[in-house]
Design a protein around this ligand. Sequence first.
Ligand SMILES: O=P(O)(O)O[C@H]1O[C@H](CO)[C@@H](O)[C@H]1O
Ligand SMILES: O=c1cc[nH]c(=O)[nH]1
Length: 234
Amino acid sequence: MTTLHIEAEPGTIADTVLLPGDPLRARFLAGALLAAPHQINARRNMLGYTGQYNGQRVTILGGGMGIPSTAIYVTELARGFGVRTIIRVGTCGGIGDVAVGDVLLAQSGSTDSRFNRMQFGGHDLSACADFGLLQRAVQAGQAQGLSVRVANVFSTDCFYDGDPEILRLLHKHRICGIEMETAGLYGLAMREGFQALAILAVSDHLETGATMPAIEREQGLVRIAKLALASAIQ
Ligand SMILES: O=P(O)(O)O[C@H]1O[C@H](CO)[C@@H](O)[C@H]1O
Ligand SMILES: O=c1cc[nH]c(=O)[nH]1
């Protein structure tokens, strides 16, 4: 069936979905990596494509910014289309000894969002990656000669004007990446029973001010998408 936000026809979404935040990144990655990609969604311009990668069907769909947007797409992918594996292919801010361009494999997602608490009786959920995906991403990263780092990240609802103490707190807890979706994705994966991982390129450094150009955020993430595909497809 189609869902409220995904107009894809039944059977046109693969079991494995790469989920960048930016729909234009989804379009770029599909063109760069998939054989015979065809568009499966444009509702609200949240572009999505299904094609073949190494002989297997893969879908790449934008998820938007923040947990609420991501959760809409992820919930519909899991419940409406039976998707079994979702890998976020995103960017994050770096804290501490990470550099712009580094690749973080998020093993956990802490958050200031109430999204998981609302589903978990007000308790704190340990929102974690799927271990098998994480392990394969580490191995694939090493095989591809990438400098990958297993990391704990923080998903915030406030891109601007969040907790003024957040940098100190993230340092104190050895959290080296900040973005806006991973904790929600991992909570949903635990509840809905699919596998999830977030692979994040450090796009800017919160302390040094170093940044990745906007065009590279849109088009420069092919290497982490390849890492995601190597982790998901065996
Ligand atoms: O590059 P994406 O995947 O969108 O991820 C990061 O970029 C957006 C903010 O600019 C947020 O969605 C954040 O999580
Ligand atoms: O959410 C994000 C993404 C990149 N950089 C940040 O500081 N925050």
